[in-house]
Design a protein around this ligand. Structure first.
Ligand code: UDP
Length: 330
């Protein structure tokens, strides 16, 4: 089969390209390299079954041509990372909404199935945990950048499901929880690569807030397996699936675990949210997925635990992961 991956030079997209090629498919990547990197797909450039185009997923003429040549579309192109969203909200909102509009409109012309990569951010500050796909979304006020991201991705979901309901376009939504692994850049604030780099550089490990907030981290190889399995079925159109891990850890404990795993002498320091992001920034205290749907429908669950994940990230950072600006190392 032939797959188009928008955002395919990004962290998750490039691992998805690897996995689809591994499964014997053809893959074409569309990416404008705004947050992705050519380094992520350099190892694929010489493969016959692989092609790429450096352009925005919001460029209709290019998307039209690439959709024509594909059997299935993975739409991963998005402005991601809380830091990027807080700093460049216009770009984030416009990218997320516009690109999805273009991809869905053109995929619909040829009725090509689409997977939309969404995010656990859409659950917002919902308090009913674990988060279920059919649960309510609870977002904050419009003057806080973080919620703009959640809202833009929720709109992507609404649009995808509307295309399914109104025009019978096969659309599946994957809500990705915190995903980590090699190639993830810490440039936009993602916590695991940031901590790993700080630990390896012997710099302070910067825990935001009081560190009691918790997350569940899933290895990218498990996530891309779920993405492949979701599109290998034809009966899931119109459905939303959580994809992630349920192994929960507080960010303060994570700081210490990374320090230990990296055999580092770094101190673990607390940084107020107002300094880390913007005044009044609201963090999610907890974020845990309910995985019963994807387990029941696909028999999918993560295979790698947090120790394996941290070991893998630290090892890849030791081997020279992507650079981050020195400013982030504090
Ligand atoms: N975080 C932190 N130090 C960092 C980067 C992030 O303490 O250098 C915290 C952040 O405030 C959040 C958690 O780690 O509570 C996860 O952040 P990330 O941006 O990786 O993902 P998300 O907030 O989307 O879950």
């Amino acid at each position: 089969m032939r797959f188009l991956i928008t955002g395919g030079a990004g962290f998750i997209g490039s691992h998805l390209a690897d996995e689809l090629l591994e499964r014997g498919h053809r893959v074409h990547v569309l990416d404008d390299l705004s947050t992705g990197s050519i380094d992520n797909i350099r190892h694929l450039k010489d493969r016959d079954a692989f092609g790429y185009t450096i352009e925005s997923a919001g460029a209709p003429s290019i998307v039209a041509e690439l959709v024509d040549d594909a059997d299935v579309v993975y739409h991963l192109a998005a402005a991601v990372g809380v830091e990027l969203i807080v700093e460049s909200p216009v770009r984030a909102i416009e990218t997320n909404v516009h690109c999805t509009e273009v991809v869905l409109r053109l995929a619909n012309k040829k009725k090509k199935p689409v997977l939309i990569a969404s995010t656990s951010e859409v659950y917002g500050k919902g308090e009913k945990l674990p988060f279920r796909e059919d649960g309510d979304l609870l977002l904050g006020p419009t003057n806080m950048g973080r919620w703009a991201y959640a809202c833009s991705k929720a709109l992507d979901e609404y649009l995808g499901i509307a295309y399914f309901k109104e025009k019978q376009l096969p659309v599946v939504v994957a809500r990705l929880f915190n995903t980590v692994g090699p190639r993830q850049t810490g440039r936009y604030g993602m916590v695991v690569p940031s901590f790993a780099r700080q630990a390896l550089a012997g710099k302070p490990i910067t825990v935001y807030g009081d560190g009691t907030q918790s997350r569940c981290f899933c290895h990218v190889s498990d996530v891309v397996r779920a993405l492949c399995d979701l599109m290998s079925r034809e009966d899931l159109a119109g459905e939303v699936f959580n994809v992630g891990s349920t192994e929960e850890i507080s960010i303060l404990d994570l700081g210490h675990r990374v320090r230990e795993a990296a055999d580092s002498e770094s101190e673990v320091t607390l940084v107020p949210y107002d300094d880390a992001y913007e005044p009044g920034f609201e963090d999610m205290p907890r974020r845990v997925p309910d995985l019963s749907k994807i387990e029941r429908v696909l028999g999918w669950s993560p295979t790698r635990n947090l120790d394996q994940i941290l070991g893998d990230v630290i090892e890849s950072e030791r081997q020279g992961g992507l650079e981050i600006p020195a400013a982030r190392l504090v």
